[in-house]
Design a protein around this ligand. Structure first.
Ligand SMILES: Nc1ncnc2c1ncn2[C@@H]1O[C@H](COP(=O)(O)OP(=O)(O)O)[C@@H](O)[C@H]1O
Ligand SMILES: [Mg+2]
Length: 629
């Protein structure tokens, strides 16, 4: 255990992590001007794919034009080949087949490109949102529900993408309908007008149908999200649910929500059943009128039979786009609402970011200084701030223990040093430089923080430890694990360092997770190290075992340990007691014990809490330690 200092090579100048993101950046961005309409803000994303999109529209147009000519051929075939028999029938048959094939080919290309465009837009929107989320700061994540964020982003992107890609296509089809109407007018003006009598009703009915269905479909979405949330909580919170034997309660909640979904679906089906037959059959009235008046024209010799057959074909072509007009209205409403929610995320500015001209923190010696820092999380303004003119100076290489009651702001101190948040007043300085003047990547590379909640990724233990330094060799990983007291139990696992930990590392005990988290930070070998309650779940025996290793590790770096245990406090050169947002006492353990009654109180409290929280064998160990106290 003595060589870990050597194995983890000391390399203290900052080098950015040499991993590139895998995807090319999205070609378009959402326009930042909030005054613009949602569609105009989204236009650049669409414009980035305009070549493909315009090809799709053009091909769609071409295919529709081709099919427009088929009724015309039908008319000619009936008139010339069947009635007058002047042209061989096969002539027209071949033409129809030819046009049909050409129409199929163009329609194929158009669909292919349209869907490709739609998915590219979706891909870009997803990347734009994800990149933005990656930049957003902690205050944002403190506020939002991550589950909602993810599920909403998915369905909202989908509805925006659908509208952007398919609405123009429907408009092209409507344009073709106008041309078809032109053909109809050319045959007989009064007949064409008569045939169109029902069209306004079809449009109005379609819009009314979508309008009354829109809130219901919205409701379905919302209710489905509720179901998803409950299922998500049941899966993620399964340990809590089962420990309270609350499965029936959870199932009841799920059943209630599922009932609501069912209600919404039935309502939706009801509305569909009411409107759809009307929307679909109303055009038949138009056909009847055409038959009536057209038949009259034919009987009196004003119109050929072929003409009326062609006429009917065009009329049928007209209907679909007009019905879809109602759909555009609905899609538009939904896309607008979705876009607003997407923009809500994109318009959120990162609050903690590199200022222009920020410099990299190089060759950090580890001098840490809090200068009269005032900070609160900006929520319950009015109360006293979490840190109230907090000052602290830690010398390079020094180890201090930060002690205080729960909620006294110990974790806050740690977070401010890594600049998860910016101070309201005062300053946090590393090597004499305000952390706000340093680049975040260099600061966070030099200030290693082991959080109280050890989050592990669903990857192998090796990858988890090498997270901050993916290029690290196996020896370095093992050395870091050894220093954190994790090597032994990792080797005992069935696949050793290649064991994949379950989601969030639940296949490991809390203490094991913490040790891996410590190894992960040690591997980066930061000159400034913060252990925020990082040893709380490690049982005392193990802590004792890794004590020597920890002591060696802490020797050549500045360390702040948030601690309650005497054993951990014993590692520190100096103890700082935090209370009321300030450092109220500062000295060695013995000095504080002698001069500050609060110190003893806090330790005793922490001890009682620890006794309650620890599991059986830890408790036994803790009893052993009570003797020491
Ligand atoms: N993300 C947060 N948003 C709002 N308030 C917070 C947040 N984190 C902590 N607090 C509040 O700040 C105070 C200090 O918290 P913290 O620094 O975590 O205390 P400690 O680590 O000493 O237990 C507490 O009153 C807590 O409620
Ligand atoms: Mg804390």
């Amino acid at each position: 255990m003595s060589n870990q200092g050597g194995a983890i090579a000391v390399e203290r100048d900052f080098q950015p992590m040499a991993v590139e993101s895998r995807y090319p950046p999205p070609k378009g961005a959402i326009h930042p001007d909030r005054a613009r309409s949602w569609l105009r803000r989204a236009l650049p994303v669409m414009a980035a794919h305009k070549a493909m999109f315009l090809t799709a529209l053009l091909m769609s147009f071409a295919s529709l034009v081709l099919t427009l000519f088929i009724p015309l051929l039908l008319d000619k075939a009936i008139t010339n080949s069947i009635i007058h028999r002047t042209v061989p029938l096969m002539f027209y048959v071949w033409w129809v087949v030819g046009l049909g094939l050409a129409g199929t080919a163009t329609s194929y290309v158009s669909r292919l490109f349209l869907f490709e465009t739609a998915f590219r837009i979706e891909f870009d929107l997803r990347n734009i949102i994800y990149e933005h989320l990656a930049q957003l700061s902690f205050p944002f994540y403190d506020r939002v529900q991550s589950g909602q964020l993810i599920s909403r982003a998915n369905s909202d992107i989908r509805s925006v993408q659908m509208y952007m890609a398919f609405a123009p296509m429907i408009l092209v089809q409507c344009g073709i309908a106008v041309v078809a109407f032109g053909f109809m007018l050319a045959i007989d003006v009064p007949l064409a007008l008569l045939a169109m009598v029902t069209m306004p009703f079809v449009v109005v009915l379609g819009i009314r149908m979508r309008k009354s269905m829109f809130p219901v479909s919205w409701l379905i979405q919302a209710r489905l999200a509720e179901v998803a949330t409950i299922v998500d909580e049941n899966v993620n919170g399964v340990r809590v649910v089962k420990s309270f034997a609350a499965e029936p309660q959870q199932l009841h909640a799920l059943a209630r929500t599922a009932d609501k979904v069912q209600w919404a679906y039935v309502k939706d089906a009801d509305l569909r059943a009411r409107f759809s037959p009307m929307v679909q059959n109303l055009p038949q009235v138009g056909l009847a009128l055409v038959l009536l008046y057209g038949g009259y024209l034919i009987i009196h010799g004003h119109l050929g039979i072929g003409a009326i057959v062609a006429f009917n074909s065009w009329l049928l072509m007209l209907q679909a786009p007009f019905m879809m007009l109602g759909m555009i209205v609905m899609m538009g409403q939904r896309a607008a609402a979705s876009a607003e929610r997407i923009y809500e995320i994109l318009d959120e500015e990162p609050t903690v970011l590199d200022r222009p001209g920020a410099v990299d923190l190089q060759h950090c010696t580890g001098d840490v200084r809090f200068e009269s820092v005032v900070f609160d999380y900006g929520r319950d303004a009015g109360g006293p701030p979490v840190l109230d003119h907090f000052s602290l100076h830690v010398q390079p290489g020094e180890t201090i223990a930060l002690v205080g009651r729960t909620g006294s702001g110990k974790s806050t101190v740690a977070r401010l040093l890594a600049r998860f948040y910016d101070v309201n007043e005062g300053a946090v300085l590393v090597d004499g430089q305000d952390v706000r003047d340093l680049s975040l990547s260099s600061l966070r590379a030099q200030v290693g923080i082991v959080l109280d909640e050890a989050f592990l990724f669903s990857a192998s233990i090796r990858d988890n430890i090498a997270y901050g330094r993916p290029a690290a060799g196996p020896d370095a990983v093992v050395a870091a694990a050894t220093a954190a007291g994790a090597d032994q139990f990792i080797r005992a696992l069935p696949e050793g360092y290649d064991t994949v930990v379950g989601e969030r590392g639940y296949t490991l005990s809390g203490g094991q997770r913490q040790r891996i988290a410590i190894a992960r930070t040690l591997l980066v070998n930061p000159p400034v190290l913060i252990l925020d309650d990082a040893t709380s779940a490690i049982d005392v025996q193990v802590e004792q075992e890794i004590h020597a290793a920890l002591a060696t590790l802490l020797r050549d770096r500045t360390t702040i340990v948030v601690a309650h245990r005497l054993s951990t406090i014993g590692l520190a050169d100096r103890v700082v007691l935090l209370d009321g947002g300030r450092a109220v006492a500062d000295g060695t353990h013995a000095e504080l014990l002698a001069t500050t009654p609060l110190y003893g109180e806090v330790l005793a409290q922490a001890d009682a809490a620890a006794l309650n929280a620890l599991d059986a064998d830890d408790t036994a160990a803790a009893y052993g330690r009570t003797g020491v106290l």
